[in-house]
Design a protein around this ligand. Structure first.
Ligand code: AMP
Length: 568
């Protein structure tokens, strides 16, 4: 494998290279490696790249450098970027602003839905770069408030999306209004014939750039369970916490794109009580050695790293690889997840993808010829159930190991006063709490999963809002004394722990079958032979019908309104 080129190697000027260092970008992504030198040389480029590959920087950086010395007219833009949506216009403008700050480049996003006045004032003041949706750009052209005579370069970003949204005519008219001698770059996740035709007609001898498909030979991946969660950016952190709690990794390597992200995420995770350590290229060798030593000794749960810093790491006890963002190429994905599942151990790879990054996932699947399962972010209920599972497993282990002579006297003393079942239950609760079980889910973005009501009088609830394991009083092993959270109705599902039913299975079945969202589902309790699920009244019939169609081990489920409702 050839050595990765640096941003400076690609021909970017020192001021930009410095900016990238402060942003924590350690090395160019594949699309950047190929595109930057071409655009710097003045070539037209057709790039096949989806969101998340680093394509914005791939065109923004070289074009910022090219327009730097060319400001023939103070109030006319020298660079126009056309994008399909208002959201992307803001995002791309923000990227230009970040990369161009050091060079004093000014940027203005213009899109439909925003007042013309404000945009006109911005344009009059004069900006170097305009990032616009085609419809609004054309409106301004017609009003004479946007003049393209000084344009040095024009970018069509997400061209396939723009065509899908019916902007073909607008794009044509805008291209007509731009100087023939301009430089043009076209980026598109797919290159259907319509896009190829535009490139043919409108670009001059364009270089074609696509992220290589050969990287990551199929079959070279170890046996790794691969799961992706589609989560909006603001919810990523909470989603990650839940997933980590559910998966309970021995040691996870969490990948971020930049040093800055590594630092921020490490601090946030540490503040939430995880044993998280950062590893990135901005650290001294000494600092890194220390982190690695602590990691090997088992003192670290989560190692948060950039690709560069993790290169060459070999950590046998790694159980999970987590991509906090979808890696920017299939090759990077293969590299990352190859860290786990070594030496015949089972490995787990988890990827958090933003809705717009769906395409990258599919791209990775095509290259690796392996499926990435898309999963629903676990609910708090799942996490609690999983923690209780862990507590149960460790207690079973202790019982099997025998040898608790020193403690027997304590039990005997307590047994003078209390019922053995109560003693055992209290001890389990104590062990569970001591292991950090409940009480750590204070994250704000929790979907409103309605907690089970606290136990009635004499309860051992100590404020836990858990769907606690049943106090095994009746034959089914379920304490039937609960009320139902207000406004919710409980349904009975005729399969429980004995049928390996877990809260996640019920949530999954309800979401998939009844087409409602996880947020509508209230508390779930799993007993040995049945489960109870709280739902809003208006959804109950729909969910019952849907769940009756589900089979467990080939048998249809018994599902009905719970008759125990409101007992006590
Ligand atoms: P894009 O594909 O343009 O939407 O970029 C996806 C994300 O990757 C953005 O958050 C960028 O800030 C980030 N990014 C772009 N290039 C790099 C790089 N070379 N190193 C690290 N992060 C990058």
């Amino acid at each position: 494998m050839s050595l990765p080129a640096t941003f400076a190697d690609l021909g970017l000027q020192p001021s930009l290279v410095e900016t990238l260092a402060t942003l924590g970008y350690e090395e160019p992504t594949p699309i950047q490696r190929e595109t930057i030198p071409l655009l710097l040389a003045g070539r037209d480029v057709v790039g096949q790249a989806a969101t998340g590959t680093g394509k914005t920087a791939a065109f923004a950086l070289p074009l910022l450098q090219r327009i730097e010395r060319a400001r023939p007219h103070p109030s006319r833009p020298v660079l126009l970027v056309l994008v399909p949506t208002r959201e992307l216009a803001m995002q791309v403008a923000e990227a230009f602003h970040r990369y161009g700050r050091a060079t004093g480049t000014t940027v203005l996003p213009i899109y439909g839905g925003q007042a013309f006045d404000q945009q006109i004032r911005g344009l009059r003041r004069g900006v170097h770069v305009v990032v616009a949706t085609p419809g609004r750009a054309l409106d301004h052209l017609r009003r004479g408030t946007l003049v393209l005579s000084e344009l040095i370069a024009l970018v069509l970003d997400e061209a396939d999306e723009m065509l899908d949204m019916g902007f073909a005519d607008e794009i044509d008219l805008i291209l007509d209004a731009a100087p023939a001698a301009r430089q043009t770059a076209l980026f598109s996740a797919t290159i259907p014939t319509r896009i190829a035709a535009i490139a043919e007609r409108r670009l001059r001898g364009p270089a074609r750039v696509a992220i290589s498909r050969k990287a990551g030979a199929p079959g070279s991946l170890p046996k790794v369970r691969q799961t992706a969660y589609v989560v909006a950016r603001p919810n990523k952190l909470n989603a990650l916490s839940r997933i980590l709690d559910l998966e309970a990794p021995t040691l996870a390597l969490v990948f971020c794109r930049t040093r800055t992200e590594v630092d921020t995420l490490t601090q946030t995770l540490a503040a939430r009580g995880y044993g998280a350590e950062a590893l990135h290229g901005g650290m001294t060798q000494d600092q890194r050695n220390r982190v690695m030593k602590r990691t090997r000794s088992g003192a670290v749960d989560l190692l948060v790293a950039t690709d560069v810093a993790a290169r060459g790491l070999d950590i046998p006890q790694l159980s999970h690889v987590v991509n906090f963002d979808v890696p920017n190429s299939p090759a990077a994905y293969v590299h990352r997840i190859g860290r786990t599942g070594r030496a015949g151990r089972a490995g787990v790879a988890i990827t958090l993808a933003e809705p717009r990054e769906h395409r990258l996932l599919r791209n990775i699947e095509q290259v690796t010829k392996q499926r990435i399962e898309i999963a629903v972010v676990p609910t708090v209920v799942d996490v609690r159930a999983r923690r209780l599972d862990l507590t149960r497993a460790s207690i079973s282990e202790l019982i099997r190991a025998g040898n608790f002579d020193g403690y027997r006297v304590v039990v005997e003393a307590l047994a003078q006063e209390f019922d053995l079942m109560d003693i055992a239950t209290a001890a389990v609760q104590h062990a569970h709490t001591a292991a950090g079980g409940p009480g750590t889910e204070a994250d704000e973005a929790d979907p409103p999963v309605v907690p089970a009501p606290s136990r009635s009088k004499g309860a051992r609830s100590n404020g836990q809002k858990l769907s606690l394991p049943p106090t095994p009083r009746d034959s089914a092993g379920f304490h039937r004394g609960n009320g139902v959270s207000s406004g919710l109705v409980r349904i009975y599902v005729g399969a429980g722990r004995k049928a390996n039913m877990r809260p996640a299975d019920l949530v999954g079945a309800i979401i998939n079958q009844a087409g409602i969202t996880g947020q509508d589902i209230g508390a779930i309790e799993i007993a040995d032979r049945f489960s109870l699920v709280e739902l809003p009244e208006e959804l109950v019939d729909q969910v019952i019908t849907a769940l009756r169609a589900v089979t467990v081990k080939g048998k249809r489920l018994t599902v009905r309104r719970d008759k125990a409702k409101g007992r006590e």
